[in-house]
Write a protein of this length. Structure first.
Length: 217
């Protein structure tokens, strides 16, 4: 029993005590309990940490062009210098394509518009490249499930009608609520756009919205 106490004082587990005494583990545990000795927990094993591998990039070993170039923009840099380099590259590309001339088979297509044919009057094809680009964009939107915009009408008569309603004592908020239109859209119709186009008065308005506003008396 004295040897068991010594082994237990050395923080040995029941399994280690059993091996040292030449008995099985249950017997070592029973003797330990008979001496009112607590259980020594087995030390936790620290999981082995795998050495991390350095991340590799497709640009490793390649001499990269510095920031402020189109190549840097393609790699993902979106700083002002790289953005300006990208715009310059695009302008030079369009100018080069225009100087080389657009093949006749590409006129009248959306690809012709991408190559630089933006003028309806100078395009030798009917429909022009710009019209073909618009049609292609509409087709893409319809396939993506984006509904077509409703027709638009002249905004000037609607704006004048709303201002007449306001002169009779009705507020902008009340007019928007009575016509079931958005307050922000009505304010833009009356006072112009905000942001980069601040003060610009819209020339067209959704026909549905125009009908609702004109119906107010």
């Amino acid at each position: 029993m004295a040897q068991l106490k010594e082994l237990h004082a050395a923080s040995r587990t029941d399994r280690e005590i059993a091996e040292a005494l030449g008995v099985d583990r249950p017997t070592a545990a029973r003797r330990r309990r008979s001496l009112d000795l607590p259980l020594n927990p087995a030390p936790r094993k620290t999981p082995a940490v795998k050495p991390s591998r350095p991340k590799r990039s497709k640009w490793d070993g390649v001499e990269l062009q510095p920031c402020g170039t189109y190549a840097s923009y393609v790699r993902g840099c979106r700083c002002e210098l790289c953005g300006e380099a990208r715009r310059t590259y695009h302008q030079e590309y369009v100018a080069r394509r225009r100087a080389e001339g657009i093949p006749a088979e590409h006129h009248g297509t959306a690809y012709g518009y991408q190559l630089g044919c933006h003028d309806r009057d100078s395009c030798p094809s009917t429909p022009a490249c710009s019209d073909a680009s618009i049609a292609e964009e509409r087709r893409r939107r319809r396939e993506a499930g984006i509904p077509a915009q409703p027709p638009r009408v002249d905004a000037a008569p609607v704006r004048e009608h709303v201002r007449n309603l306001m002169s009779n004592g009705r507020s902008v908020k009340a007019i928007a609520a009575d016509a079931d239109v958005s307050l922000s859209g009505l304010k833009m119709l009356l006072y112009g756009r905000s942001g980069a186009r601040k003060g610009e008065m819209p020339t067209k308005i959704d026909v549905t919205k125009a009908t609702k506003l004109l119906a107010l008396a």
